[in-house]
Design a binder for this molecule. Structure first.
Ligand code: AMP
Length: 382
């Protein structure tokens, strides 16, 4: 299969920060970028060559978009299947529709994992309120209930301690299809970000440790503080999963490390991931450049780290007392600032991130947290 060479146009479905960082990597290597979403002046659109604003259901617009590019990828996996099919009639869509289909629905994803022997927590499907009793008996308490589709960053999730909570959570989410998962009392959370090329070449950045706040990723650092055996097992699972999905592109697997050293897959994302943002500054090849190389059929780059690193997300909450103090964060020599060009800083909205490099992951985490603290213009009134 011939590679897609610099000068070609790449289509990105979605227009958020992941598309923006992908577009920056693509333009650096001389590619053109077209982005498609329902909005304008988007994080991706601001740096793309062409920004198309149309509904994902407008299949004629999708066809015109696909005909103007050599390959289509995405930065947002909740793209309707019909949209992907319409694009795939003209150009390759990478990763393909199968990876997208599996990962768009938590029940499909967990079923896929279990039926292929991958380790994950106990789960049960809830299609209606009558399923709750049996589901809870299977999974036990406490449990986590999540909407089967369209949930992200903790939206559509609830921890439940008894049947009453579960009924309430089910109705609270509008009675839509849900998954009940056993609550994992984990030691830590980590992710494996990896890429697989058209020829099956597989690369990864090793385990990246994650800390969440209110179900949203807060801080990531690499290398993760975990033993060699768990780390090796995670790499083995990652490679097998990427092969099973016949992945062309980047995949992130979020894992739990349990207190007895077992690894469990929590979630898959068939695209670059927030926890991999530190690869931009800390690795010879970022997850975004790797996505570009993979979807274009180029050899993948080195994933060697230039140092230990940590990343802290900047949410819209940081703007509560006005514009953050950018010079203060830039004053730390090992800290890099990334902002996504979003105009409105809503609470919980990912506006940007900071990355710090240091000799160890612990010191990188300390530096990046200090830099974020320094961004606050004034102390919050108590
Ligand atoms: P998710 O949207 O599935 O990635 O969940 C967001 C975060 O909620 C995870 O990173 C965990 O911190 C927590 N979480 C999700 N599922 C579980 C579970 N089954 N057990 C314990 N914590 C969970």
């Amino acid at each position: 299969m011939k590679p897609i060479l610099p000068g070609a146009a790449i289509g990105v479905l979605g227009s958020g920060q992941l598309g923006r960082m992908f577009a920056i990597a693509a333009r650096q290597m001389g590619y053109r970028v077209h982005t498609f979403s329902s909005e304008t002046d988007t994080p991706t659109g601001q740096v793309a060559d062409v920004e198309i604003a149309a509904s994902y259901d407008d299949l004629d617009a999708v066809r015109r978009f696909a005909q103007a590019v050599q390959v289509v990828t995405f930065e947002f996996e909740n793209v309707p299947a019909a949209c992907v099919e319409a694009a795939a009639a003209f150009v390759p869509v990478r990763p393909g529709g199968a990876a997208l289909h599996i990962t768009q629905n938590r029940l499909r994803e967990k079923t896929f994992l279990v039926s292929n022997g991958f380790p994950t927590t106990k789960f049960a499907a809830v299609h209606g309120v009558d399923d709750l009793n049996a589901a809870m008996e299977k999974v036990g308490y406490p449990a986590i209930m999540k909407t089967a589709s369209s949930g992200y960053d903790g939206k559509g999730q609830a921890k439940v301690a008894n049947l009453e909570d579960a009924v309430q959570a089910f109705h609270g989410c509008g009675g839509q299809e849900m998954i009940v998962e056993g609550f994992v009392d984990f030691e830590l959370e980590f992710s494996m970000v990896m890429a697989r090329g058209v020829d099956g070449q597989f690369v990864h950045w090793g385990a990246i440790q994650n800390r969440h706040k209110h179900h949203i990723l807060d801080v990531s650092f690499a290398p993760a503080r975990m033993g060699q055996a768990s780390s090796a097992r995670a790499i083995e699972v990652s490679r097998a999963l990427a092969d099973k999905l016949d992945l062309i592109g980047v995949l992130c697997i979020e894992f739990f490390l349990t207190r007895n050293g077992e690894i469990l897959v929590n979630e898959l994302a068939p695209r670059p991931h927030n926890s991999g943002h530190l690869t931009i500054d800390a690795s010879r090849t970022s997850q975004f450049e790797q996505q570009l190389r993979a979807v274009c059929g180029l050899p993948l780059g080195s994933t060697e780290f230039v140092g230990a690193a940590a990343m802290a997300n900047l949410l819209g909450d940081l703007w509560y007392a006005g514009e953050p103090n950018w010079p203060a964060a830039c004053a730390l020599p090992d800290v890099k600032l990334h902002l996504y060009g979003k105009i409105e800083p809503r609470p919980g909205r990912k506006m940007g991130h900071l990355t710090a490099l240091a000799a160890t992951a612990e010191s990188a985490a300390q530096i990046v947290l200090l830099a974020r603290e320094n961004l606050q213009p004034v102390r919050k009134p108590s």
